[in-house]
Design a protein around this ligand. Structure first.
Ligand SMILES: C[S@@+](CC[C@H](N)C(=O)[O-])C[C@H]1O[C@@H](n2cnc3c(N)ncnc32)[C@H](O)[C@@H]1O
Length: 258
């Protein structure tokens, strides 16, 4: 049985990073460097790279900017602030001013232990970042995506959930952020190269916990959805069968109809 360490809020990632012995991280979307400061200050990461275009071009970055960020010079200010905030970490931090899709070539496949995506929040941008950076993550590393909730961030939510289902990864959500909805949930998974059977077994075992997190978030008026609706349906229809058996039976039934 594969164990799944759980965290309640994004500020707990440094603890998890150390617990799993992760050493090389990447934050995509750095802005003023506040979260990079927390990650480096509270973990034993050897290196955290930060990628940010610092551009107000909404087409190039695949973003929809708040009015305050559209003002000329605003991103230059953020860039200068980030450099000042992060210079205390010396060679432990490397700031790369590029579009995420251009910076991806700076990283070798299977070279990163931790990736935190917080750049574009539109579906196309999040999909692109997930597709481009997933191969860069080692098996056993963490992929985290910030702002996975439906209000304002529905594209980010759909992209993240669809990606997790396609790659058969178990998506967790931080369910106890300090102040909802000011601090929305971060979704994350540990990259597994597991068999379909292990994936379904983990999903089956963790569903009650994931559903409890979803329901707790709802009480705080934060709406997420679990990307495993179809799997949940099968579990309910055939609780006596093993997860994979039920799935296989269902597929056979559908194929027979075609
Ligand atoms: C929400 S802020 C990041 C906040 C930071 N992660 C934190 O928690 O302190 C988003 C940042 O992503 C950057 N960004 C957005 N789209 C990008 C893209 N396609 N490539 C690179 N950076 C991008 C923006 O310039 C902005 O600074």
């Amino acid at each position: 049985m594969i164990s799944e360490p759980i965290i309640d809020r994004r500020d707990d990632f440094p603890k998890l990073i150390d617990q799993l012995g992760l050493k090389v991280g990447l934050e995509v979307g750095v802005c003023k460097g506040e979260y990079s400061k927390l990650l480096l200050g509270e973990s034993r990461l050897d290196l955290l790279c930060g990628v940010d275009a610092y551009s107000n071009d909404e087409v190039l970055t695949r973003t929809k900017l708040k009015k305050c960020d559209r003002a000329p010079g605003k991103f230059e200010q953020h860039y200068e602030e980030a450099k000042i905030t992060l210079e205390r970490f010396g060679s432990r931090h490397k700031l790369i001013r590029k579009l995420s899709e251009e910076a991806v070539d700076d990283f070798a496949d299977d070279s990163l232990d931790f990736i935190y995506l917080d750049a574009s929040h539109l579906a196309t941008g999040v999909f692109l970042d997930l597709m481009l950076y997933y191969p860069k993550l080692k098996v056993g590393g963490i992929m985290a995506i910030h702002d996975v909730w439906l209000k304002y961030r529905n594209g980010c939510t759909y992209a993240t959930c669809a990606f997790a289902v396609e790659k058969e990864q178990l998506l967790n959500f931080t369910g106890k952020e300090r102040e909802f909805p000011v601090y929305p949930p971060t979704a994350w998974f540990i990259k597994r190269a597991w068999s379909k059977g292990d994936y379904f077994e983990a999903l089956y075992r963790h569903l009650p916990r994931l559903e409890a997190t979803r329901d707790r978030l709802k009480q705080h008026r934060v709406t997420i959805f679990l990307p495993y609706e179809y799997e949940i349906e099968i579990q309910r229809l055939k609780p006596e069968a093993s997860y994979q058996e039920a799935y296989n039976q269902e597929i056979q039934r559908l194929n027979a109809k075609l």
